[in-house]
Design a protein around this ligand. Sequence first.
Ligand SMILES: CCCCCCCCCCCCCC(=O)CC(=O)SCCNC(=O)CCNC(=O)[C@H](O)C(C)(C)COP(=O)(O)OP(=O)(O)OC[C@H]1O[C@@H](n2cnc3c(N)ncnc32)[C@H](O)[C@@H]1OP(=O)(O)O
Ligand SMILES: NC(=O)C1=CN([C@@H]2O[C@H](COP(=O)(O)OP(=O)(O)OC[C@H]3O[C@@H](n4cnc5c(N)ncnc54)[C@H](O)[C@@H]3O)[C@@H](O)[C@H]2O)C=CC1
Length: 719
Amino acid sequence: MARYTRLTEPIALITLNNPPVNALSSAVRSGIVDSVSQALKDDQVKAVVFCGENRMFSGGADIKEFSGSMSGPPLVRMIHSIEASEKLMVAAIEGVALGGGLELALGCHYRVANTKARLGLPEVTLGFLPGAGGTQRLPRLTGITAALELITTGRQISAQEALQLGIVDQVTEGNAVQAAMELALSVIGQPLNPRRLSLRPPVWSADVDSVCEVALARVKQHSRGAMAPVACVQAVRAAAMLPYSKGMEKERQLMDTLFRSSQARALQYAFFAQRNAGKWSLPNGARWNNTKARDVQRVGVIGLGTMGRGIAVSLVKAGLSVVALESDAKQLESGKKAVTAMLQRDAQRRGVGSPLHLLTFALSFHQLKDVDLVIEAVFEDMNLKKRVFSDLCKVLRAGTLICTNTSGLNVDELAKVTDRQHLVVGMHFFAPAHVMKLLEVVYGSRSSPEAVAVAMALGKRIQKVCVAVGNCPGFVGNRMLKLYMDQSLYLLEEGATPEQVDQALEEFGFAMGIFKVADLSGLDVGWRVRKASGLIGPDIDPVNPSRWRLGQRYCPLPDMLCQQGRFGQKTGRGWYLYNSPGSKEAKPDPEILNFLEDYRLKYGITPQRISSQEVIERCAFSLANEGFRILEDGIAAGPEDIDVIYLFGYGWPRHRGGPMFYASQVGLSVVLEKMEHYHRIHPDVPSLEPSRLLRRLVAEGSPPIQQWRNHIKNLHSQL
Ligand SMILES: CCCCCCCCCCCCCC(=O)CC(=O)SCCNC(=O)CCNC(=O)[C@H](O)C(C)(C)COP(=O)(O)OP(=O)(O)OC[C@H]1O[C@@H](n2cnc3c(N)ncnc32)[C@H](O)[C@@H]1OP(=O)(O)O
Ligand SMILES: NC(=O)C1=CN([C@@H]2O[C@H](COP(=O)(O)OP(=O)(O)OC[C@H]3O[C@@H](n4cnc5c(N)ncnc54)[C@H](O)[C@@H]3O)[C@@H](O)[C@H]2O)C=CC1
């Protein structure tokens, strides 16, 4: 786990060896302690160089160990004794030095990094802080401002930036171990005390308080309700005010609170859930590791509207050739302008050459004849999409995949009009498509495993977090979203205001409440969908619209707003009031309050006092309840996939893990009890009825979320 090599020079090499990222597991830490002691005992050894196997220094502590009882040599003590050692210690950083990996390097007397290395302290993203001295040593190197930024965001930096900040002493284009050995030979015998960061005084400056205040305000705004970023500011502040040993006490104190917190558990769950999503499996047994994806180089994008533009940008940025097609010259020109501008801005920002040579703009389907895969992003209209699909089959090569970006239409129905049902899958991007990380890859009943593998690999190549899901209306994300939106609307009918609902959701951790999001996306979008789906039609009285449609409760409030031309931000009025069309600052609108009061009077609804707790229970538990139904239906392979979709596509607060994890943390029996309660009060809302899987899991003793897949398998085998 740590290999000791005695080199011919007076140097010992300690190689961390725990693939794939050389995490500092208990065995690795033991190996390091033994190797250091061997080096200290050898009089011929004057210096020790630390490196990682496979040119990867270390991805930090082994996150898997955090859920068990920690054993082995403690990292803090190990790093302290490395720093205190009378022999020279040098870190040779290649690949990454993250978290405990960087803290180990900070305990060394010198650090050398390869130009391609990345360094960072990402602990905050796991719900705690750099608790092996990172919060005290880093500020002593970089000063407080840079340390605050790095520690509170967890941002990874390049070797070059690390050099500028003083975190590494040297950057090499060659082999970092070789460079570290050369550096060691050149400084052996020089005094080590000036190199021991823990011996440096606090990094106090007159503006410490204001710098920390600014940092605190920033983290509170960016990660609402998350404890770790706040604790990180407190720990770094201690490095400015206190001697090292006292600062370490503060770091330890804060770490004790964070380490076993529910937020840390949620964030660590999210880390593994994200990685797990890439390991897709289909109900027929096909999996990520038994299915080969063929290479894709040229992609066609059909429709350069809101979504097509972002999709084209993502593809080109990843180095793929794109043929972008529109229906007429005017639309093409406007799409071309937008895509070109986005790509040029991005290239400028990143200081790289323009990739515009990878783009071709087209008006004729014939220009798609050589592409390997097509992504269709035309209007959400089944007939139009079918026409596009069947026209495509006339020009595409036999093996070309046809993918649709539909937000919820039936992928099987679309596949049926093609000559290649096995090569049709959904690739459901989220707006804005060049920014949002989530991609739902939707397999239909005839989609081949290879087609799924190709779409997943393409998504990964364009840096999306991909989740394979089955075909049903709305797939996973939008199917659940509908119930969440329904509940928030029912809460308005029953007595809440948009501000009240949004405030409760924002306090829970969402960056934006659901009504603010609706105003941002445009209320007309859903209105069009409801018209197309037959929920709104000529038989509905526009003045006294019915609150009962298709056999269940229906809230006509959004339709009534749209009738008044209140489409949200774009018209300056929606659930909120805006200074002008397009402006972003949402202000409560007294007109809406009157409108809601009139509405309740008209329908004889006695307004209730709605608590924040009720808002969260009805919104979040409804999401989870539908998530259980999705698992029952086999539309998602496991709860982690659902949570990843909500974390990356719907702004679910990461420190709450995702709706399924949240349900598991609150307690499944509590969720069941609450759903039963709300269903009793609202029998006209069938979706509030607790799902079969939820009942079953409670009956089986509410097993931990990691075991749900087995219970679902059993449930399926009994059907
Ligand atoms: C009351 C109790 C009081 C207790 C007080 C306790 C005090 C204890 C003090 C302890 C102080 C500890 C402080 C500390 O050291 C903290 C840390 O170091 S936390 C870890 C910080 N590191 C990270 O967050 C890095 C996470 N990893 C990554 O960002 C990426 O994986 C990486 C950039 C390294 C590589 O990316 P990529 O090539 O894309 O590969 P993958 O991401 O797919 O990963 C491949 C594989 O490796 C697994 N893995 C990655 N990192 C870790 C890790 N740190 N630990 C365990 N496993 C890791 C990952 O899950 C993948 O495995 P799969 O099986 O394929 O899923
Ligand atoms: N807007 C959003 O937030 C999201 C939309 N989607 C889905 O993406 C698809 C596209 O949506 P938007 O981009 O929002 O629509 P949009 O209205 O902005 O763009 C659609 C584009 O398709 C073009 N088009 C129409 N018929 C065409 C044809 N026959 N050939 C070539 N181009 C044609 C139109 O000219 C228009 O530019 C829809 O299926 C939608 O449901 C999916 C996720 C999010």
